[in-house]
Design a protein around this ligand. Structure first.
Ligand code: PMP
Length: 390
């Protein structure tokens, strides 16, 4: 059985990054490997042993709507939300997915009506996560149609709005912007965890998407989950998963259940035991990075970063700042910053990909320490250079 024996798993040790002064620094993707040292420190606590005869069936729990959800993962998810206080899980159906990426597709399928003559409109307020447009347009589905910025959306008829909160790319806490009777909402709460933002209330929406990737940093396990109020919507999301991949890897589910369990355990004792709390650890890394970046940007007459309100975090029991996973850099100068930064060997993602102006660039705060240091050095030099020219 999958358990916590002391044999060591086959792991791929991270490749050491040795950046030279000529290296490109890739801050395009949000690959959360910066949390790796914490999980290394946890040693065997998170080890899962899976024998050759384990987990062979397609099926997990036929009494659950999501019949391929491993019960221990469902339990670990509910416990974690209870401990953190970021989402209501009572009377919800949990649907597990291969990342929240697959769950968004499942939600689009569940909320559209094949019998309708016209595709349902899909919108998100700009700047929106670039993945939504890519996913919605990739297979040219006739069920839904990407209509872009929710603030500019004026079409009649049914629509789906994705509300990303805190938002990727700009870290802002959001509510829906189109509010009409025929609308359906999908809340993408990938970053609603205490390392990124104060947890102000347990959210209670009809469809809420979460991902293991951004919660603990285990993007490679490809586990996401949806908390779904309506039984029929949960059933249709499960049907989508059944047709597209006949379920979700059980090895991944078992590992996620184990790690989420260790995470919840660490949170419950953190005020008494010598800090083993993952959220405190990850928050302190991001906070330090944001302070260093803000120190560099404050010398600039060209660049600005968003400011976030301090808020009371129910999880931490104190006022906290937001330290988003991405820096949404704005420049006064009418320059395509993705191209300009690339000339300085920094790969960022242009504002245009998020439905905004190229005067914005998104920079991942998740890079390995060496890359982040080199980025700050290069970015300081760019700022000094611009300042000097004035
Ligand atoms: N939603 C948002 C807002 C994201 O930033 C990401 C990852 N970058 C995802 C969903 C997808 O995450 P995953 O598929 O790894 O769960």
């Amino acid at each position: 059985a999958a358990n916590n024996q002391n044999s060591s798993p086959t792991t791929t040790k991270p490749t050491k990054t040795s950046l030279s002064p000529d290296s490109m620094i890739n801050l395009d993707q949000g690959d959360p490997t910066l949390f790796e040292p914490y999980w290394r420190k946890m040693g065997d606590k998170c080890t899962v042993v899976i024998e050759g005869c384990d987990l062979m069936s397609y099926f997990s729990d036929m009494s659950s709507i999501c019949w391929f959800l491993q019960p221990q993962l469902g339990d670990a998810i509910k416990r974690l939300h209870r401990v953190v206080g970021n989402a209501v899980t009572e009377d919800r159906h949990i649907v597990v997915g291969t990342g929240s990426t697959q769950l968004l597709m499942a939600a689009l399928y569940a909320l559209s009506s094949p019998a309708d003559r016209h595709p349902v409109s899909l919108v998100a307020a700009a700047p929106f996560y670039s993945g939504y447009k890519e996913q919605a347009e990739f297979l040219r589905s006739g069920l839904y149609k990407w209509e872009g910025d929710a603030r500019a959306f004026e079409k009649d008829g049914p629509y789906i709005e994705v509300v990303t909160s805190p938002n990727n790319p700009d870290g802002v806490i959001r509510e829906a912007v189109v509010s009409r009777g025929e609308g359906k909402l999908v809340y993408d709460l990938a970053y609603y965890w205490p390392q990124y933002t104060p947890i102000t209330q347990p959210l209670d929406r009809d469809i809420m998407l979460f991902t293991f990737s951004k919660c603990t940093g285990h993007a490679g396990s490809r586990i996401g989950w949806a908390l779904v109020k309506d039984k029929e919507v949960a059933r249709k999301m499960t049907e989508y998963m059944q047709i597209s991949s006949i379920g979700v890897s059980k090895e991944s589910q078992i590992r996620a259940a184990k790690i989420l369990g260790v995470l919840s355990e660490g949170c419950q004792h953190f005020r008494t035991v010598d800090s083993e709390n993952f959220f405190e650890y990850s928050h302190s890394i991001l906070k330090e990075r944001w302070e260093r970046l803000r120190n560099v940007v404050k010398n600039s007459k060209t660049f600005t970063l968003p400011k976030y309100p301090r808020d009371y975090c129910n999880f931490n029991g104190k006022y906290m700042d937001s330290n988003p996973a991405f820096a949404w850099l704005h420049s006064k100068e009418d320059i395509d910053w993705e191209s300009r930064l690339r000339e300085h060997k920094i790969i960022a993602r242009s504002g245009e990909r998020f439905g905004a102006s190229p005067k914005y660039a998104r920079i991942s705060m998740f890079s390995p320490p060496e890359a982040f240091n080199l980025f700050l050095e290069r970015f300081s030099a760019i700022i000094d250079n611009i300042n000097g020219k004035r």
